[in-house]
Design a protein around this ligand. Sequence first.
Ligand SMILES: Cc1cc2nc3c(=O)[nH]c(=O)nc-3n(C[C@H](O)[C@H](O)[C@H](O)COP(=O)(O)O)c2cc1C
Length: 208
Amino acid sequence: MKALILYDSRSSTGSTEAIIDAIGLSLAESGVYVEKAKCRALADYSFVGEFDFVILGAPVYNFVVASQLLGALIFGDLKKNLKRKKVALFLTCGSSQSTAAVLYLPQLKMHLIRNKILVETIFPPDVLSEGDAVEIFVEDVLHQYNKSLKSRGLSAKWTQEAQEWFQSMPSFMQGKFRTMAEEYAEEMGYKEITLAVLEEARDTLGGT
Ligand SMILES: Cc1cc2nc3c(=O)[nH]c(=O)nc-3n(C[C@H](O)[C@H](O)[C@H](O)COP(=O)(O)O)c2cc1C
């Protein structure tokens, strides 16, 4: 299993770097091959495709998630290269969990609506000196990742509405479309194939 930690921080000796190293160590101890890379907004992120899942992490400065990671998602090609990847998210910040969940996590999640998010969490800057929150995060990520693999092969059920829409397609397109929709639902961990899932599959697999 190969994991990539993509992160950003203004400080090379700050809390985020220390948390990244602790996550990396914990993953490596669990037998995962892990690499870390510091984000640059306009870097080439085509290497992301080599990894099974990606952990995105960054601090918050002045109410905004660190700019190189956000910039890579907004202006760079990170979002494109994360397409259909399983991701886990963490932020380091001084705010409470509830504040950060409302104010800061959405700044990342709004760019990841087509990704399966395995785990998301907020770490206080001193998390490493307080208990084992980082190890628990890593355990959760691995558990959710393995669960998503196990759920493969369990075909999602089609809703009545989606079935009807599917039946209205020209018959020569139906075979290929059914396979595509079912594979997409499986990959995203959807248990039901609804009209919204079909649209999402079409946009994701057909568009950029
Ligand atoms: C200039 C600056 C601005 C910050 N702004 C916020 C903020 O708006 N909200 C928040 O919750 N934490 C804020 N913090 C706290 C940081 O997110 C927190 O200390 C984080 O762990 C810093 O990561 P680093 O050590 O990798 O730089 C700020 C810290 C600094 C230094």
